[in-house]
Ligand binder design. Structure first.
Ligand code: IMP
Length: 202
């Protein structure tokens, strides 16, 4: 069975991709399982570069095929911000907020920056980079929607309480994880990646 490393320790992402890849003769292993403990910097300007950086670092270390993902929220009225800065967006205005409050302050800052904007269009985007024999392949997943005027819902994480996906009246945080996973940017990118693996293996 072919071993593929997922350059992440996020349990939710690992279980999502493992479910999608069921039935394929591949074993997906996390960084923890290969004993990798150091941080890999994600300080580039694009999701593609960040995902490549992580995947190539692990490929060079192990010689095994490896993939990684990078995601974020892109808001039209903010010219694509917070984008690659999604996780630490709040630091630009609230540098003293502790990391456990980061989601709340990220959402607060986003609402503040959009307070005079009627253009609420946004999208979540994920890029997966799969490095195989040293060559990168990219898979993108996008979900479009709008930014609500106030947070709603308590499921999910990050900007979920503010993001209303196209065709719905509720935020991601008001959906069950199953419902969100059917539409999410990450699921869409992962489905494309799994389809690529299926076509290769067939
Ligand atoms: P990551 O690259 O998947 O770790 O995502 C980086 C940041 O983007 C997260 O810390 C969140 O702030 C935001 N983000 C990415 N995906 C989602 C999502 O599905 N819902 C809410 N926020 C997200």
């Amino acid at each position: 069975m072919q071993k593929i490393i997922f350059a992440s320790n996020n349990r939710h992402k690992l279980s999502e991709i493992t479910k999608l890849a069921e039935g394929l003769p591949v074993e997906i292993v996390s960084l923890k399982e290969i004993g990798w403990t150091s941080e890999i910097p994600e300080d580039y300007d694009t999701f593609e570069q960040n995902a490549l950086q992580k995947a190539i670092t692990i490929f060079q270390h192990t010689g095994l095929s490896c993939f990684s993902d990078d995601s974020g929220l892109e808001v039209e009225a903010l010219n694509g911000l917070p984008g690659v800065h999604s996780a630490r967006f709040y630091l630009s205005k609230y540098p003293d907020v502790p990391p456990q409050d980061r989601d709340r302050y990220n959402n607060l800052l986003l609402l503040e920056m959009l307070q005079h904007s009627t253009n609420r269009n946004a999208r979540f985007r994920t890029v997966i980079c799969y490095v195989e024999d040293g060559h990168p392949h990219y898979f993108e997943g996008v979900v479009r929607g709008t930014i609500a005027y106030e947070p709603a819902g308590s499921n999910g994480f990050g900007y979920d309480p503010l993001f209303i996906p196209e065709g719905y009246q509720i935020t991601f945080a008001q959906m069950s994880s199953e419902q969100k996973n059917m539409l999410s940017h990450r699921a869409r990118a992962m489905e494309k990646f799994v389809q690529y693996l299926k076509n290769k293996i067939r």
